[in-house]
Design a protein around this ligand. Structure first.
Ligand code: PLP
Length: 484
């Protein structure tokens, strides 16, 4: 494939775009519990108009487009008020939860280097914390020390975190909530540990930070988790999740301007413009920023409170409904509208496929660190009217999986045998043939029956899983061949 020799008419372009999306996840119908936070047509219209209006403006230079600076300052002010921060709290708008976390870890590293002379930094991260902390550790040379969770509550084990503190520790992490199970860590105890040992404490509120203050306001039992808790030094909160704004919108906040500035990067050591970036990105569209500002103003506190009430009630109904289905159980007691559920009798991977054939998208999660393999749902506004039919279909899918002959023991056995081979020196060379065998081709498609793939992945050691995933995704991103 090459750049078309002659440009296409607009209509041709748009027809081709529509054609390309024909296999996309159908998220508008309220049956997808992942990826899209659907605020409905009115919110979408406001978001689109604001996005397009500021699409071309560049956040690279805050003096060239003061509009973008104003949007960002307003959003940071709204976020810190929402999270109990005072006017000393400073922060930045970023492209998403991962960038917010990268910024927080980079700031912690540079701050510890400057104030404590730490050259080989470490951070303590419960196994339930988002993978973005591992990514940040990898990018910025901060060693990630993982700590276990309580297998009943799925919350971080604070005693284990305490035991993991060493002279090189710079940061401890809590989630409010974690993604996988929707439970809030004991932030008060984790932040107290940080304060006592002179460490920084980041609370990851990427997914829960916007929602939980609303849940608390109408009386739901949500533990304290934000800047009101002494010892919390930074927080992340995404707008592009439950604030229902277009993707590319999050915020990272710090207790002080001094800590915040450790996130910046300035460079005058080249021949071009003097560069100072507050975040990872440099040139960036004003679209996500303007759209976030617009959506927050359009929905407003009263609108969000109404939406959050619906989400909370849906979560309560779904948790109760899953608990009532024999063979399933909910992991922990989620405060957030995120639910992980597992089974001691049935393959959850087959259950995911059985739900898929009924038109529902639920997310398989592999076993790790005391969390068994399970299915995750992120309940978002367009799911709310479909709770009853979801639970009915889940009950039917459980019955179907129970009735089907189980071949999982064989798959797990095969996985164990393969794991030994894949861990060996010839492991890398075996991966392409293995992917062919699993039906993961270079056509950009995964097999309809994902249960076998997930069962195999689940039984493999972490490092083999990671290598395999890199190959899978590398295959998906195979560009069309160049014709002569
Ligand atoms: C708790 C938590 N932290 C961080 C992230 C990463 O956010 P993003 O996908 O916007 O980079 C997520 C994403 O779901 C999350 O749930």
């Amino acid at each position: 494939m090459r750049i078309p020799a002659r440009g296409w008419q607009k209509d041709e372009v748009f027809a081709a775009l529509e054609d390309k999306r024909k296999d996309d996840l159908a998220w508008r119908g309220g049956r997808a519990f992942a990826y899209v936070y659907d605020g409905g047509p009115a919110v979408e219209e406001v978001a689109k108009r604001a996005f397009v209006a500021f699409m071309s403006e560049n956040g690279l230079d805050p003096t060239a487009f003061p509009s973008l600076l104003r949007f960002e300052n307003d959003l940071v002010a709204m976020a810190r008020a929402h999270l109990g921060g005072d006017d000393e709290v400073r922060g930045s708008f970023t492209s998403g939860g991962t960038e917010s976390i990268l910024c927080a870890v980079k700031a912690a590293r540079d701050h510890a280097r400057k104030t404590r002379g730490i050259g080989r930094p470490e951070m303590i991260v419960p196994v339930t914390a988002h993978a973005a902390f591992h990514k940040a550790g990898h990018y910025f040379g901060v060693r990630v020390v993982t700590t276990p969770i309580d297998p009943e509550t799925m919350r971080a084990d604070v005693a284990a975190m305490r035991a993991a503190v060493r002279p090189e520790t710079i940061l401890v992490v809590a989630s409010a909530s974690g993604y996988a199970h929707g439970v809030v860590d004991p932030v008060r105890d984790i932040a107290a540990l940080a304060a006592e040992r002179g460490l920084l404490c980041h609370v990851d509120g990427c997914i829960g930070g916007f929602v939980l203050p609303y849940f608390k306001r109408f009386g739901a039992p949500v533990p304290d988790f934000d800047f009101r808790v002494p010892g919390v030094t930074s927080m992340s909160m995404d707008f592009h999740k439950y604030a229902l704004t277009p993707k590319g919108a999050s915020v990272v906040l710090y207790r002080s301007a001094e800590l915040w500035r450790a996130q910046f990067f300035a460079c005058a050591s080249w021949t071009g413009y003097t560069m100072v970036n507050s975040t990872v990105q440099s040139t960036k569209s004003g679209g996500p920023l303007a759209a976030a500002w617009a959506v927050l103003h359009h929905v407003g506190d009263d609108g969000y409170l109404r939406i959050m009430r619906g989400l909370y009630d849906a979560k309560e109904a779904i948790v109760a409904g899953i608990r009532a289905i024999p063979g399933l159980y909910v992991l922990g007691a989620p405060e957030m509208c995120l639910v992980g559920f597992a089974s001691r009798e049935l393959s959850v991977f087959r259950l995911a496929d059985a739900m898929h054939t009924r038109g529902w998208h639920v997310q398989p999660q592999l076993a790790y660190g005391g969390s068994p393999e399970n299915l995750h749902i992120t309940i978002q506004p367009s799911n709310v009217p479909h709770v009853a039919s979801f639970l009915a279909d889940l009950g039917a899918a459980v019955a179907e999986v129970r009735a089907a002959p189980a071949g999982d023991a064989g798959a797990a056995e095969m996985a164990r045998a393969l794991a030994t081979q894949l861990s060996g020196p010839e492991g890398e060379a075996m991966l392409p043939a293995l992917l062919d065998g699993l039906g993961i081709g270079s056509s950009g498609k995964l097999p309809a029956n994902m249960a076998d793939v997930n069962t195999l992945l689940n039984a493999l050691p972490r490092d083999v899983q990671e290598r395999l995933l890199v190959h899978v995704v590398g295959r998906l991103f195979t560009p069309p061949r160049s014709e002569p």
